[in-house]
Design a protein around this ligand. Structure first.
Ligand SMILES: [Zn+2]
Length: 273
């Protein structure tokens, strides 16, 4: 599942490529989107803004039209020059927004709808989001309150609940709990305010780090020197994807277990955490 930083970077790229430009063509495989496009064409409108909210990506067009997409597990947005070869097969295409200079292509996007600015404000999916871990006006106190409202939840599950904190996904969940040395299976009620505050602060620090310019891959572990550009993602992480490998701190074998209603994988060091 793409994490908040991936969506944030995608939105930033789309924003830079499309903002202020007129849409020359719109295409989608969603009947509901196509109906709106037939009644009130997207082509001819200007892209006003592209931004992310948690794991939602919103493209605002002139004339009060907003395209909301959610990536879920496999969705992604790519940007291409006209005529450039797509990196995914045509059958994975779900949405295309084209301008004279760029083609934004949404692949395997499972959730897409057109909204008005007013319905964006009212949208349940968006309104229920907790503070966006990457937003400028991020409020850690609000996240702490949201966590305290879920005392019986295991902390790893609480951290990826988008109503608590928007933008954190399954990979960073394990990483941040390791960094803070907190066991993923502890209930929220058994964690001190100081530790919860630390978790929230680290979540923001790590995701911010990963949207800094130039950094293209998920990183939390900085202990290895990157000697090749092609080191695998596992070389940049503390615990995620490292089951049965020695902990980078203590050498104990890293464990993995399915956790929560969605049976998401959790990696942890039974010694350090
Ligand atoms: Zn360890």
């Amino acid at each position: 599942m793409p994490e908040g930083d991936t969506i944030f970077r995608a939105a930033r790229t789309l924003h830079r490529a499309l903002t202020g430009k007129q849409v020359t063509a719109f295409e989608s495989v969603f009947p509901a989107l196509n109906r709106v496009d037939e009644d009130t064409p997207v082509a001819g409108r200007t892209v006003d803004r592209v931004h992310s909210a948690g794991k939602h990506l919103l493209i605002h067009f002139s004339g009060d039209l907003v395209l909301r997409t959610h990536m879920r597990m496999n969705g992604s947005w790519h940007i291409y020059r006209p005529g450039e070869r797509w990196q995914r097969p045509r059958r994975d295409m779900r949405i295309v927004v084209a301008t004279a200079d760029f083609q934004a292509v949404g692949f395997n996007i499972p959730v897409a709808e057109f909204l008005t600015e007013k319905s964006v404000a009212k949208s349940r999916a968006l309104r229920q989001l907790g503070p966006d871990v990457l937003s400028d006006d991020f409020d850690p106190g609000k996240v702490l309150g949201n966590l305290r409202e879920r005392p019986g939840k295991e902390i790893a599950d609480a951290l990826i609940d988008q109503r608590v904190l928007a933008g954190l996904g399954n990979v960073y969940k394990s990483e941040i709990l390791f960094i803070c040395r907190i066991n993923p299976f502890i209930h929220v009620k058994d964690i001190s305010d100081a530790d919860l505050k630390l978790l929230v602060a680290e979540s923001r620090r790590v995701l911010k780090l990963n949207v800094s310019e130039g950094l293209e891959l998920m990183t939390t572990y900085g202990g290895l020197r990157r000697t090749t550009a092609k080191s695998s993602p596992g070389d940049r992480l503390w615990v995620y994807g490292r089951a049965r490998l020695p902990c980078r701190r203590c050498g104990t074998l890293i464990r993995v277990r399915k956790q929560g209603d969605d049976a998401r994988l959790t990696y942890w060091c039974p010694q350090c955490q």
